[in-house]
Design a protein around this ligand. Structure first.
Ligand code: CP3
Length: 344
């Protein structure tokens, strides 16, 4: 097995810096778009064979060092009692947004092996088909990011409804976070038991909070998830965007690897986090829309800041954009591997 990704998670020296991308199995690949012409996103998610096929596409095409399970962070919400759709051009839409105590009280805890058995099946088919070429990353949404979808009903810029519940109705907020964290802990444990080699907690929208609010309203719940799965000893990646001022609080919540975006230079983020954790990032996905020379110069900047320190997983600060030229991505992977083979 190409073990660079796991080695970097463990901060062990490897033969080259590993690289993978969030949304690497997505719309920027014509092969994915072709499958999407025939199936909706949720149809793919509920079809383990298709999930495996899509998940392995970027391993074949891009030569990345890890595959990520094909799923969506919203999938387990249905089992909890929140129906949703994923609409083209809009994103997730929750059928009935949940912002009252009664609404939250009616939610159940997810039972992964029945409610999302198709995800567990997808993991075992994907693992089999990967045949140990690269590790498989499982994931779930973090309680804050999931709560924001449940309360707002769809994507938002300012998270005002979410903050209103948090500040005005803390009892409802804490009950929701308790249910989400219990559910996600069980969901990740089931993914690990089904065979994933590492997990990533996506707290994509956490950057809208102050450190004090993170501490009070979020930390206990993300901590509960990380603590619950610690017993499995698989690497745990803690990801968020806009987290420059939240890194020490996020570190308290847990994880061996921290995924950061491009708004903070990687050397400064690593210094803040401490060198007892690994780091993942942090090229701006928009850089890949430019010419390859710009991509390479920005990549060199990141690698120079890292100074060959073991424990760096090269990635983007957020997901690959749908308009990204695939040649740039192929070149970037090759460049990171070749450039770091010499320096490590
Ligand atoms: O390749 C991979 O990264 C694996 C698959 C994956 C999907 N969603 C499939 C998907 C992963 C890891 C996710 C996680 C996810 N889903 C997150 C966290 C990561 C992040 O980007 O911050 C979030 C916030 C969601 C919720 C979600 N799902 C949104 C906001 C959207 C619409 C935005 C968009 O990119 O269109 C989705 C839809 C979605 N989930 C797509 C894919 C491949 C988009 C395209 C499609 O319809 O095929």
């Amino acid at each position: 097995m190409n073990n660079r990704f796991i080695e970097a998670c463990q901060r062990v020296k490897s033969d080259a810096t590993p690289i993978w991308f969030m949304r690497q199995a997505g719309r920027f690949l014509p092969e994915y778009r072709r499958i999407r012409e025939k199936h909706s996103l949720l149809q793919i998610c509920k079809n383990p064979e298709l999930c495996a096929e899509v998940s392995i596409l970027p391993v074949d095409i891009l030569d990345v060092d890890a595959a990520i399970l094909f799923a969506d962070i919203l999938l387990p919400l249905e089992g909890m009692g929140a129906k949703f759709e994923i609409k083209d051009e809009v994103g997730p839409v929750i059928e009935k947004s949940i912002d009252s105590f009664e609404g939250v009280n009616a939610l159940s805890t997810v039972d992964p092996n029945t409610d999302v058995s198709f995800v567990m099946e997808a993991i075992s088919v994907t693992k089999k088909r990967l045949n140990s070429r690269v590790p498989l990353i499982g994931f779930c949404g973090a309680p804050f990011t999931l709560a924001s979808y449940l309360i707002e009903g769809r994507s938002t810029r300012n998270f005002l409804k979410t903050k209103r519940v948090m500040y005005k109705d803390p009892k409802t907020w804490h009950l929701l976070m308790e249910k989400l964290s219990t559910s996600m802990a069980l969901y990740l444990a089931a993914q690990i038991e089904a065979g994933v080699d590492a997990i990533q907690l996506f707290d994509s929208w956490i950057g809208c909070l102050s450190p004090q609010d993170y501490h009070r309203y979020v930390l206990p719940y993300s901590l509960r998830i990380f603590s619950y799965i610690e017993r499995y000893h698989v690497p745990r990646i803690h990801f968020g965007t806009g987290t420059a001022n939240l890194l020490d609080e996020m570190k308290r919540a847990g994880g061996e690897v921290f995924g950061i975006d491009w708004r903070i230079p990687i050397d400064i983020a690593w210094q803040k986090l401490g060198y007892d954790v690994a780091i993942q990032g942090n090229l701006d996905p928009a850089v890949l829309l430019a010419d390859i020379d710009w991509v390479k110069s920005q990549t060199i900047d990141i690698l120079e800041r890292v100074e060959g320190r073991p424990g760096h997983i090269f990635s983007l600060g957020h997901g690959i954009l749908p308009d990204t030229p695939r040649e740039n991505v192929i070149e970037l992977v090759k460049f990171v591997h070749e450039h770091t083979k010499a320096s490590i």
